[in-house]
Design a protein. Sequence first.
Length: 133
Amino acid sequence: MDDITFPTDTDSTVSGSTQPLITNAGAKVELLINQPIPTSSRGRKRKPLDETYPFTDMVVGASFVVSGKKEVQQARNAAQQWAKEHETWKFITRNLSGHANPHGGVYPADTIGVWRVPPTSTVVRDTTTDHSS
């Protein structure tokens, strides 16, 4: 069972009154009026986005690489959320799987790059090269 805690903010706690209540089944229960709603301590604790990803250190043109199926989706979501919260920020992501990396190897499957781009940039795709192979 979840641990239930009550808010400690004095403005949200109101001393309530009680009154008897008879239910349809005839059971007598005590109804508490004006009590604070308990909060669950089970909620997921998430790290702030700037502690997980280097967004605050990124200038336009900067990028970082993320690998792993779950991590790729989380990075995409985080970049989208960061851009939503910071109007002058925009990111693009590109699949890097199988492409050469700067260390002389190739990026593994499920790898993306996340780039910060100018907020007014329009992404133009190169349609002259066949990338299907």
